[in-house]
Design a protein around this ligand. Structure first.
Ligand SMILES: Nc1ncnc2c1ncn2[C@@H]1O[C@H](COP(=O)(O)OP(=O)(O)OP(=O)(O)O)[C@@H](O)[C@H]1O
Length: 263
């Protein structure tokens, strides 16, 4: 088992974090890798997009709360989605944990203590983060070996990159010295529009700026995820795009990206 823990992170919402977590996880599981998805967003989109309602089940909120109170959680909190693919679901309750964490000792490493117990059973643990740079995201960054940053080819998405990298660097200095930025994944790309082409250039320029500012080389993955209505449809039908429409270009792009990423 590889035991690699990766956070899929961007403080901007709606840029494809959940879609990336599910489809990357799905693609890897099809390649025979054992994958655990952790829904670490109170919106619980990843949980919903695999057709689970975790309100009355043990979920990531329960695990965090029990860890804070040093209570045993018991077993059976991991839900199997398909062969090689598991999930720890989330609920809206997770939103309340940020307030609870304010007074907790070692509040940045609660998620890490949970993941450290279970990662031995997996090749890849993928954390779908919430769109913020709050305590939840700090927990995810403290718990992971690496991050994937999905970015859409839009002005605000490119502009937020510097801030995100600054925060990741702070975590690296103070909490998790081993964290690595695997790269930037451009999502929802419409190859035909000039605006998209300009924004891809802007994202590449941002990485040059980051190189100058922080002395960090961040790669933009070769494989880019195209925009397609099938991504939304798949979510509606509670499936990955790869499962919903295997021949779709988004499905193909995620499979290629999975291969590029594991190299
Ligand atoms: N490649 C794509 N083409 C078209 N639509 C997409 C694509 N990827 C994701 N979407 C759609 O965009 C919306 C946002 O995607 P997603 O939930 O993956 O983003 P997110 O960054 O996780 O959002 P949040 O920050 O709110 O959790 C969803 O409706 C999803 O179906």
């Amino acid at each position: 088992m590889k035991n690699k823990v990766t956070a899929i992170v961007n403080q901007k919402g709606g840029i494809g974090k959940t879609t990336t977590a599910l489809n990357l996880g799905y693609a890897l599981s099809e390649e025979g890798k054992k994958v655990l998805l952790i829904d670490f967003d109170p919106q619980a989109s990843l949980t919903a997009s695999v057709g689970i309602n975790a309100d009355n089940k043990t979920n990531i909120y329960t695990l965090m709360a029990n860890s804070i109170e040093e209570k045993e959680t018991g077993e059976n909190y991991i839900v199997n989605i398909k062969n090689n693919l598991d999930i720890i679901p989330s609920t809206l309750d997770l939103a309340g944990i940020e307030m609870t964490l304010v007074n907790v000792m070692s509040r940045e490493t609660i998620l890490k203590s949970i993941i450290d117990e279970i990662k031995k059973d997996y090749d890849y643990v993928l954390i779908d983060c919430s769109p913020s740079l709050g305590t939840l995201t700090i927990n995810a960054l403290a718990a992971c070996d690496s991050v994937i940053i999905p970015v859409t080819p839009e002005y605000l998405s490119a502009k937020g990159l510097g801030l995100l990298v600054k925060n990741i660097n702070l975590i690296k200095k103070r909490i998790n010295p081993n964290i690595v930025i695997d790269g930037i994944l451009i999502t929802m790309l419409n190859k035909r529009t000039n605006l998209s082409k300009e924004m891809v250039k802007a994202i590449n320029e941002s990485t040059r700026y980051i190189k100058n500012q922080y002395d960090l080389d961040i790669k933009v993955f070769e494989n880019k995820i195209p925009i397609s209505v099938k991504a939304g449809e798949a979510m509606l039908y509670k499936q990955s795009v790869i499962q919903y429409d295997p021949k779709n270009q988004v499905a193909g792009a995620y499979k290629e990206f999975a291969r590029e990423w594991v190299i």
